[in-house]
Design a protein around this ligand. Structure first.
Ligand code: HXC
Length: 509
């Protein structure tokens, strides 16, 4: 028996070596951790249970029958816990055939995807790979298809998170693209459908991997990625932090963690957050940080469309999604990028029963040919659609401007918000007073314009016209915002909404 046990341990040790010491050292030399080191950092200590560590490829083409058979076949899979909660994980091993996906490699991922869905637990994929196993051809493509199908089947049922920690090319990009969140590691990761060599051949563009699909590109330009981190360690610790905010699946509701921050904490500094001058910006993140428990806010897409802020916080230890216009960037205007960013976030929250708190200070939609040609109507409609189809609790606080169509869109009473508050500084109107008067009194002399502007301001530049109609439930004191939101969310916990049957909606894509 001892021999058998020794043999098992030797086989295990061999499998743990992946592509061997030389390749692991090369990995370290590039500032990257190995597939197993990453899993150890992601999961609670000693909680990882590995599956399929002895699986090998079955390819016999292009010399693969003579190539060394490396157990594990380029991906480490299994499950463990993050702060005690079950999480499934697969981690591509770049030291084994460049982490490329073979038929058997795909089967390992598929097994984990199926288990995660059956167990209704989150799944995290760590990517560092060269796409389809080139020697296998269509068997690898088939494997990808099976993985993709499962990504879609699990979408909106269990959280799916992808972390890009090295190359991610060809077939490897589309699985992350169908998950909920993609994070990248700065300087060592890149994602593209076709690499610089193919780009050069087809379009004659000369571009580096970093310029084509580095973390900066995907967090600021393409919005493919939701965030980037300095190195592997930071990325994995932040994914642990994110998982703490997320429900295990779409039916269990948000997790509840102990909080030391009392719900009725007031913050007097909020009474002076909004400047006297309506055109002066202020930082909406200050309100967010002063509202959520312990100032703990996990921002999603921080580097993209900064005119809207999205992310997770907690109130009374329970997760909320925060959506907020940011007056510091483009005066908080809604443009195509901001609308798409917020729409996706709102839909995520709704799918996973995460209540949404919306802070509004929006001067309207951004005018101009660039926006209109770029489909502002369609993209703005995404956000309007997303809020309108929500069944989760929606609490809205208008801090200053809520103008025009953007007033409707930003979780107004009319599209289904449950509790709508406004600060005394709120201005709810079709548009700003000056613009409005210049249209109504076109050609009027300066004195008329000034007088009418004052009258328009007095009439509409306040929360009270909306409050008189019940569009605003109450005008609240800024310093009590956290308490009011906490009370509203506590009341809304039993919210239940019936919708007529339909196969699915037809959100403008
Ligand atoms: C088999 C691969 C491989 C692959 C890398 N390797 N990619 N083996 N299939 N796709 C192997 C290499 O042979 C090498 O083996 C080891 O992995 C490390 O690769 P290097 O090239 O030495 O590393 P590096 O210089 O860092 O370059 C990494 C890379 C490059 C940029 C990922 O390897 C590369 O361009 N690979 C091919 C990418 C690609 O075109 N994939 C197919 C995409 S098509 P040794 O033994 O030397 O360590 C696709 C279609 C699916 O995915 C579409 C579905 C929708």
């Amino acid at each position: 028996m001892k021999d058998i046990l020794d043999q098992l341990e030797a086989r295990r040790e061999g499998a743990r070596q992946g592509g061997g010491t030389r390749r692991i050292e090369a990995q370290h030399g590039r500032g990257k951790l190995s597939a197993r080191e990453r899993i150890d950092l992601l999961l609670d200590k000693d909680s990882f249970e590995e599956f399929d560590m002895f699986v090998q490829h079955r390819c016999v083409d292009f010399g693969m029958d003579k190539a060394e058979k490396i157990p594990g076949d380029g991906v480490v899979t299994g499950w463990g816990t993050v702060n005690g909660r079950t999480v499934f994980v697969f981690s591509k091993d770049f030291t084994v055939f460049g982490g490329s996906l073979s038929e058997t490699h795909a089967q390992k991922i598929i097994k984990i995807q199926d288990m995660a869905l059956k167990m209704r637990a989150p799944i995290v994929g760590l990517f560092d790979a060269g796409g389809a196993r080139i020697q296998e051809g269509v068997a690898a493509l088939g494997g990808y298809g099976e993985v993709f199908k499962r990504n879609v089947a699990a979408s909106g049922v269990i959280p799916q998170i992808s972390v890009i920690m090295g190359p991610c090319a060809g077939g490897d990009v589309y699985s992350p693209a169908m998950t909920d969140f993609i994070f990248m590691v700065r300087d060592t990761s890149y994602m593209f459908v076709t690499g610089p060599d193919v780009v050069k051949t087809v379009t004659n563009e000369t571009v580096t991997s970093e310029e084509l699909g580095g973390a900066k590109v995907h967090t600021t330009k393409s919005s493919v990625a939701d965030g980037s981190f300095e190195n592997d360690v930071e990325a994995l610790l932040q994914v642990r932090r994110l998982l703490d905010f997320l429900p295990a699946n779409n039916t269990v509701g948000v997790p509840e963690w102990p909080s030391f921050d009392v719900p009725d904490r007031v913050d007097m500094s909020l009474d002076t957050l909004v400047p006297d001058n309506p055109n002066k910006p202020y930082d909406m993140k200050e309100l967010i940080l002063k509202t959520v428990d312990e100032g703990d806010f996990f921002e999603i897409q921080a580097a993209y469309a900064g005119n809207i802020v999205t992310g997770f916080g907690r109130i009374e230890g329970r997760t909320v999604g925060i959506v907020a216009n940011q007056p510091m960037v483009l005066a908080g205007v809604l443009d195509s990028d901001a609308s798409r960013k917020a729409a996706r976030f709102v839909r995520y929250c709704d799918a996973f029963e995460i209540p949404i708190v919306t802070f509004v200070d929006v001067p309207g939609f951004l005018p101009g040919t660039a926006q209109e040609y770029g489909g502002l109507i369609k993209h703005g409609a995404k956000l309007l659609f997303a809020y309108s189809e929500c069944t989760v609790p929606l609490v809205t606080v208008i801090t200053r401007k809520a103008f025009g169509g953007a007033y409707d869109v930003m979780a107004s009473k009319h599209v289904g918000a449950d509790v709508n508050y406004a600060w005394p500084s709120a201005q709810i109107a079709v548009m700003g007073a000056k613009g409005a008067v210049e249209i109504i009194f076109r050609g009027g002399d300066a004195e008329t314009i000034a007088r009418q502007t004052k009258e328009y301001e007095d009439r509409f530049m306040s929360p009270f016209v909306a409050a008189e109609r019940g569009y605003i439930d109450e005008v609240i004191l800024p310093h009590g915002t956290r308490r009011r939101i906490a009370r509203a969310l506590a009341m809304l916990r039993t919210k239940s909404v019936e919708r007529p049957w339909r196969k699915h909606d037809n959100i403008p894509l």
